[in-house]
Design a protein around this ligand. Sequence first.
Ligand SMILES: CC(C)(COP(=O)(O)OP(=O)(O)OC[C@H]1O[C@@H](n2cnc3c(N)ncnc32)[C@H](O)[C@@H]1OP(=O)(O)O)[C@@H](O)C(=O)NCCC(=O)NCCS
Length: 168
Amino acid sequence: MSVMLRSFRPTDEEAALAAWAEFQGSGFDFLPFDYETSIPWTEWLVQMERYREGINLPAYRVRSAFLAADVEGELVGSVSIRFALNDFLATRGGHIGYGVIPRFRRRGYATEILRQAIEIAHAEGVRPLLLTCDDDNVASATVIERCGGVLEAIMTDDDGVAFRRYWI
Ligand SMILES: CC(C)(COP(=O)(O)OP(=O)(O)OC[C@H]1O[C@@H](n2cnc3c(N)ncnc32)[C@H](O)[C@@H]1OP(=O)(O)O)[C@@H](O)C(=O)NCCC(=O)NCCS
């Protein structure tokens, strides 16, 4: 198994949009929360690279990398690595968010995605890292703990949802 984290490419459009549609209503955004279908894919990719460099960041965004998880040329997941925290991220969102397309789950991909994402964040000098997940998200809590997450607290968000805060 070799998971590669890389920038999204023009050729990922179809697979990424299909995954994005598949995740609708799941509570996880496969594409960033501010992705808009009205923006041409290639233009949006350029915007993502600018956000990675911290150029033209909207007030609501922090510098971050949004990467594809690729296994032998197939898109299996996505990950957002935030290099700073705003108020929301410091409480609920954390530094890293990831998702694996349902048909590719239970193969260790998320664990490998998070392991590599931690390395990328560390290479940017970001540590310690805050990781969060819903209290009932056993899969994500397991992934975080396998990557060394230390539970700080279980809290309740503004919507009354219990969530776990971990530090790595
Ligand atoms: C959480 C998620 C990323 C896990 O992806 P994954 O690739 O299946 O994770 P892994 O294969 O690395 O699983 C690691 C371990 O978690 C546990 N796990 C995974 N899915 C599980 C499930 N549905 N129920 C219970 N435990 C589960 C298992 O112990 C698993 O290891 P094992 O298969 O060796 O037993 C995936 O379920 C997902 O995309 N969920 C929706 C988005 C999401 O919740 N993202 C995290 C936001 S904080």
